[in-house]
Design a protein around this ligand. Structure first.
Ligand SMILES: [Zn+2]
Length: 303
């Protein structure tokens, strides 16, 4: 289940009238499970969101762009936040990672029950210097794949088929396999092509099972899209990795403002911050906070 085996493929179908992105992501899901001590159902929920966000990441143009997805469903597991860059590197968290629910009547992990469906999916595309692009759509089921499909189709007007699957070991909770697929028809795609793609949905829904059985992602994609002129154009090595660091957290402290910093110095003689995305703990002592306070003052005087 090493993360190094994770893979994203991007390609085209049907003489380039449709495109797809596929992911094999058991390693990154397992890393997230260990970092956040995720329950079984939260491994599935956060795992699905991480894989989807990573797949969206690799379609960015590059140059420091980022995509963030925020799922607010009102369920017991709380909100899910994931951020990815153009290499597929992704980080994310779920608010209540230890929430566990009984399986559904069909024996599946109850992701919709944990996430909830009373809310919305927000996508933020951060384009370094420009204003970020923010899109929203209401959740349809809380199962995540359906919610993203609805978002692409309604909010971005790109008819989309989305599949996301995470299989965990019921005894240990460890990730056994994880896979995802995004298929989009391009403008001008005739109805008969859409019908042919829709007919692949069954094969796509078995992707995670095929990966668990040891099939590679390229071979699974080739059999799902057999006879559809599949061309793979790019591949990426996605991973779960946080890019936090002291400097970034210093900026967070600065953004709290003078009063808050003075209060921390007065009452706590320091500050301890934990990164939501990876649980790394950063300690700042009194003299470091005083230095930040002075820096903040200088900046205010300059500006
Ligand atoms: Zn972090």
């Amino acid at each position: 289940m090493a993360e190094g085996n994770d893979l994203i493929l991007r390609g085209v179908l049907l003489d380039r009238r449709a495109r797809f992105t596929a992911i094999s992501g058991a390693g990154l899901v397992e890393t997230a499970r260990c970092v956040h001590a995720l329950s079984r159902v939260c491994t599935a929920a956060l795992g699905r969101a991480l894989m989807m966000t990573s797949m969206m990441g690799v379609s960015l143009k590059g140059g420091g762009e980022r995509v963030t997805s925020i799922i607010k469903g009102g369920g017991p597991a709380g909100n899910i936040v994931c951020t990815a860059d153009e290499t597929g590197r992704v980080k994310g968290y779920i608010e209540n990672p230890s929430v566990e629910l009984p399986p559904t009547p069909s024996g599946k992990l109850d992701v919709a029950g944990a996430v909830g469906a009373q809310g919305e999916l927000t996508i933020v595309r951060d384009m370094s210097l420009k204003e970020p692009y923010v899109g929203r759509s209401p959740l349809v089921s809380g199962e995540i794949a359906e919610d993203f499909a609805h978002y692409f189709t309604v909010s971005e007007q790109l008819p989309s088929l989305v599949y996301l699957g995470v299989r965990v070991d019921i005894e240990t909770g460890a990730t056994l396999a994880a896979g995802g697929m995004l298929v989009q028809t391009l403008p001008g795609c005739p109805d008969e092509d859409s019908d042919r793609l829709a007919a692949c949905a069954n094969g796509i829904s078995r992707l995670t099972r095929s990966l668990q059985a040891g099939e590679t992602l390229p071979s699974a994609a080739a059999s799902i899209f057999a006879g559809m002129d599949m061309e793979i154009l790019h591949s990426y090595a996605p991973e779960f990795r946080c890019d936090c660091g002291r400097e970034r957290l210093e900026r967070v402290l600065l953004s709290l403002g003078r009063e808050e910093l003075e209060d921390m110095i007065e009452k706590e003689r320091g500050a301890q911050l934990t990164c939501h995305f990876c649980n790394a703990v950063y300690n700042f002592n009194e003299s470091e906070l005083r230095r930040l306070l002075a820096e903040g003052k200088r900046k205010r005087n300059d500006g």
